[in-house]
Write a protein that binds this ligand. Structure first.
Ligand code: PMP
Length: 356
């Protein structure tokens, strides 16, 4: 039953009640460094920039709606068949289309909290009910509580591994246990936006579970691959769900230059993975140093570190801003800081030392 909110325009009440997505941090001043959106610190590779420039010749025409070449290349890379894949304007779009395809009013979606800020939005847009399950104190998912929250109305359980903003991965054993306990028609959506940075040997490997139609994996070119500005992400799901996602995705969502950039990125993946290795080494250095300074930093498997700050969150974020460092404050829980170049990371560590 649809009843519009009061006001001049008939907005659905669950949409009128929502806060819009809050993009990362304050606008950086001329010398400030933005460390609030987990972006890649490296400049684009020349081969990627050239592919984008060359794609300009095709701009008067719509892109390939099926992203056929990209689909083939990603399928080969991941060793999955093409029918499992769907692409969108960032993995957040793929998530929204996925939830639009499987849920509506009266349905419930279980997810961890704190986690990616777009989850509550993505759940509310189709009119489903968010069921947020608090993380454990060490920043991991409380999978037991998530599982216990599943009812016959639960359409999907979302898992974020590595978890943004706290850092730990869900283990493979945890994921397979969860899957085994879910009802036959409850999806297990695994958000792997940061998976390329994960080094935990126990980390979940959901692609190995793709034979189960309930498994849906979300990945992105925004983080490790440095294409956040282009908005390109993808889902790896059962073919029936992939087809449904394609149906609800607005036509031509992945632009001509975005497809060209993603193809050039895949062609250069050895070089880009070497950059990822550098970020991983810097992340581990930062976690070690932050712990040495007495911060209770959880295991980080992404390209960011989490400082639990409780009621000091806003004060600490202001302290970093005073040092020209724009971090992401999640009051009243803590601060997330993107791992950057060694020089910038040193500035972060110096500023952090000033909090002690
Ligand atoms: N999932 C997680 C956990 C994220 O942190 C982000 C980006 N902050 C996304 C998905 C979305 O990434 P994109 O839409 O750029 O692919």
């Amino acid at each position: 039953s649809f009843e519009a909110a009061a006001g001049p325009v008939p907005i659905r009440p669950e949409i009128a009640a929502l806060a819009a997505y809050r993009p990362g941090g304050a606008a950086p001043g001329p010398d400030a460094v933005k460390l609030s959106s987990n972006e890649n610190p490296f400049p684009p590779l020349p081969s990627v920039a050239e592919a984008i420039a060359e794609s300009a010749a095709h701009l008067p025409l719509y892109p390939d709606n099926a992203a056929a070449q990209l689909t083939t290349e990603v399928a080969n890379w991941l060793d999955v068949s093409a029918e499992h894949l769907s692409f969108g304007a960032g993995s957040v779009s793929v998530l929204m289309h996925l939830l639009n395809a499987i849920s509506g009013p009266g349905d419930e979606i279980v997810f961890p909290w704190r986690s990616f800020e777009a989850y509550p939005l993505a759940v509310n847009v189709p009119g489903a009910t968010p069921v947020q399950i608090p993380l454990l104190t060490d920043g991991r998912h409380d999978l037991e509580a998530m599982c216990a929250a599943v009812t016959e109305r639960t359409r999907a359980v979302l898992v974020c591994t590595p978890n943004n903003p706290t850092g730990p991965c869900v283990t493979h054993e945890e994921l397979t246990d969860l899957l085994a306990q879910l009802p036959e028609r409850t999806m297990l959506v695994v958000d792997e936006a940061y998976i390329e940075f994960a080094t935990d040997p126990e980390a979940a490997r959901p692609l190995e579970l793709l034979d189960d139609p309930r498994i849906a994996v979300l990945r992105t070119f925004s983080k490790a691959w440095g294409l956040a500005g282009f908005r390109i992400g993808y889902g790896i799901t059962h073919p029936t769900l992939a087809a449904a996602i394609r149906t609800v995705t607005p036509p031509f969502s992945v632009s001509v230059p975005a497809q060209a950039a993603a193809l050039a990125t895949l062609a250069a993946r050895e070089k880009l993975l070497a950059q990822v290795e550098k970020t991983i080494a810097e992340r581990d250095r930062m976690v070690g140093r932050m712990r040495g300074l007495g911060f209770d930093v959880p295991d980080s498997q992404g390209n960011f570190v989490w400082l639990p700050a409780a009621d000091q969150t806003d004060r600490w974020a202001a302290h970093f801003a005073d040092h020209g460092l724009i971090v992401r404050a999640y009051a009243p829980d803590g601060i997330r800081i993107t791992v950057s170049t060694p020089e910038i990371n040193d500035r972060v560590l110096d500023a952090a030392a000033g909090l002690r």
